[in-house]
Design a protein around this ligand. Structure first.
Ligand code: ADP
Ligand code: MG
Length: 595
């Protein structure tokens, strides 16, 4: 490895030369307290910034081993360090001047969720630290990867970030880069990646919160619950464009009948609403907070940071927001349990379309979510197709069942739970029909949940149950085995792009993810692009089922990390880990999917 002084000398020698001479800086440099690695140098001052990383040995970084001895704690530590380092870089950014992106310094921007990201990696030798709790029983052996690193060993911190190498016009301004790498960066590293230098209480609080969150997740199945919302939680967000907690919101308070008290390792006794497995209904007048509860639950598949308000809102990790999504493409899905036949005799056991309707899209979403192994479905009337949810009595009399191809969800919801163990939480403010099939009915009244199960059931007795026939779920097929797209096979250099959270592209094909609501971060979307490319070029072979493909990717990410998605080890700091559900959702919306 070269020394920092050699870097300084090299910098002096390329000053005032053409921008491409910056490429000569690629390599690793010993800064004594850490290693600076210049991984990729941008082509010109206006191009995407250069990619760098700093590597601090475990001994020097000094974080307690107990902070990274499980997967969840390791991810929490990594998340915390990314935020600290990012804040430091923000302060140092643009202090060096020049054209284009000169002087820019930036790390990944983290939102309210704690996610695994390529931005930061803490090495761990603990077997459990590689695997998520939910997969800890998986039988794959655990490998920890240390590819081409000169500093390694437990506790080693790698932080990846971006830097705009300074130029005047297109001429190298080495003095400004020297300022960035020798004056600004060392302070950023010292103030965020050294345990002795950071606010240890804040880090401890983050780790302790993670332990409590995992304790709740573990307890949910033991207690027969599919979700938990702690009393005092703040569910509403600041605004449609801000994910931060609303100020002066009404804190959540469980009805007594559903109150559950948990004993957590750090916070001790915490009470809140336990939503039992089965069918749960949220009703109430418009604007009383129903959708807000459901949105908190759909995001509760992630851990949230301290101060978010949803720290102890925890749901089944496989929860799937089921909604209508007209216009999406569907490939070879058996939707016959919900839609028997379509005009023109179209086959619904192998349904494909490039432009699904509201009800067919929602049916396909449900069948795909069963294929993906979800055990909790979340439905909001606001985003559902009415004819998928319900058919009223008058309509049944006028349009005979033989003419109506749709079997509404209400006729399947109990079988979904009783035969497949899939619970449903449904927001339905406008139809009382679901009273007949629900186990628990909660009314939201001025943001306060009230248990009205008894009252609603009594009232429902007086009304005959219609459209609630509960036949057993019919047999259906889940053997979808995507074939590779031959036109793409030749081209390894397929371009990938993420357009914010909502869309990605692979080559010329866009995948629309706007309605995949539990996808939260554009870095997850970018990871999906890498995953889709790998599946397309390597793993889809016409013999692996969708489940097997998802297992394959999850196994790879568990053992090799997100880093394994980069061939040749040129890891970028721009990926966050998506769930199995979103991986499958992405593949399912890929318009070139061939069966
Ligand atoms: P619904 O689905 O019942 O029509 P929403 O969940 O959309 O109602 O909520 C209506 C409005 O009330 C939203 O602007 C939301 O931010 C706000 N809100 C929701 N819950 C609370 C709360 N606990 N405290 C204060 N405002 C809230
Ligand atoms: Mg609503």
């Amino acid at each position: 490895m070269k020394t920092a002084e050699e870097l300084r000398t090299k910098l002096k020698s390329i000053d005032h030369r053409g921008y491409p001479a910056y490429k000569e800086l690629k390599g690793q440099y010993d800064f004594r307290d850490y290693v600076l690695s210049i991984d990729h140098v941008q082509g010109d001052p206006f191009a995407a910034p250069s990619r760098l990383s700093v590597i601090v040995s475990g001994k020097k970084a000094g974080f307690p081993a107990a902070y990274y001895d499980t997967y969840e704690k390791r991810i929490t530590l990594q998340d915390h360090l990314t935020r600290l380092f990012g804040a430091q870089l923000n302060r140092g950014s643009k202090q060096a001047n020049g054209s284009g992106k000169s002087g820019l310094l930036a790390a990944s921007r983290c939102g309210q969720e704690v996610m695994e990201r390529t931005a930061c990696r803490v090495e761990s030798t603990f077997a459990g630290a590689a695997l998520r709790q939910s997969r800890a029983s998986a039988s794959e052996p655990v490998r920890t990867q240390t590819i081409g690193r000169t500093v390694s060993g437990p506790g080693t911190v790698t932080l990846r970030f971006e830097a705009g190498f300074p130029a005047r016009g297109r001429t190298i301004d080495a003095g400004e880069l020297e300022k960035m790498l020798f004056d600004i960066l060392p302070g950023c590293v010292r103030n965020s990646l050294y345990y002795t230098r950071i606010d240890q209480n804040k880090l401890q609080a983050a780790i302790e919160l993670c332990e409590d969150q995992q304790a709740v997740r573990r307890k949910l199945p033991e207690l027969g619950l599919c979700a938990f919302i702690a009393n005092g939680s703040i569910l509403p967000r600041q605004s449609g464009v801000s994910d931060r907690p609303m100020e002066n919101a009404v804190p959540f308070q469980s009805p007594d009948s559903m109150k559950v008290t948990l004993t957590l390792p750090n916070r001790g006794q915490v009470s809140g609403m336990g939503i039992p497995k089965g069918v749960t209904l949220f009703v109430g007048g418009g604007y009383h907070g129903k959708s807000t509860v459901l949105q908190a639950l759909q995001n509760a598949v992630y851990n949230h940071i301290n101060g978010d308000g949803r720290e102890l809102v925890i749901a089944d990790e496989s929860a799937w927001k089921l909604r209508s999504e007209d216009g999406r493409s569907v490939t070879g899905v058996d939707i016959s349990p919900f839609i028997r036949q379509l005009p023109g005799g179209r086959d619904t056991r192998h349904f494909s379309t490039l432009d699904a309707s509201g009800s067919t899209s929602q049916a396909a979403n449900l069948m795909e979510c069963m294929e993906g192994g979800s055990s909790l479905i979340l439905i909001d009337e606001d985003t559902s197709a009415t004819n998928f949810m319900i058919r009223d009595k008058l309509m049944q009399e006028v349009v005979s069942p033989a003419e109506e191809p749709i079997i509404p969800f209400i006729e399947r919801v109990r079988s979904l739970y009783e035969d497949f163990g899939i619970s449903s939480i449904i927001v339905a403010g406008s139809s009382g029909s679901y009273f007949h099939v629900a186990d628990h009915i909660i009314q939201m009244k001025e943001y306060v949940p009230l248990d009205i199960t008894r009252k609603a059931k009594a009232a429902a007795e007086a009304f005959p149950a219609f459209s609630t026939k509960q036949d057993r779920f019919p047999a259906f097929s889940q053997r979808r085995m995507p074939k590779p797209n031959m036109a793409l096979k030749k081209d390894d250099r397929l371009k990938m792009k993420a357009m914010g959270v909502n869309e990605l592209s692979l080559g010329y094909d866009a995948v629309e993810l706007r309605y995949v609501e539990q996808l939260r971060d554009s870095e997850q979307t970018m990871a999906l692009a890498y995953i889709l490319k790998q599946l397309e070029l390597k793993d889809m072979n016409g013999r692996r089922s969708m489940q097997e493909l998802a297992d394959l990717i999850e196994g790879q990410l568990d053992t090799g990390g997100l880093e394994s998605l980069f061939e040749g080890g040129d890891v970028r700091a721009s990926l966050a880990r998506p769930r199995r559900q979103e991986i499958l959702a992405c593949v399912n919306r890929y318009r070139k999917l061939g069966m």
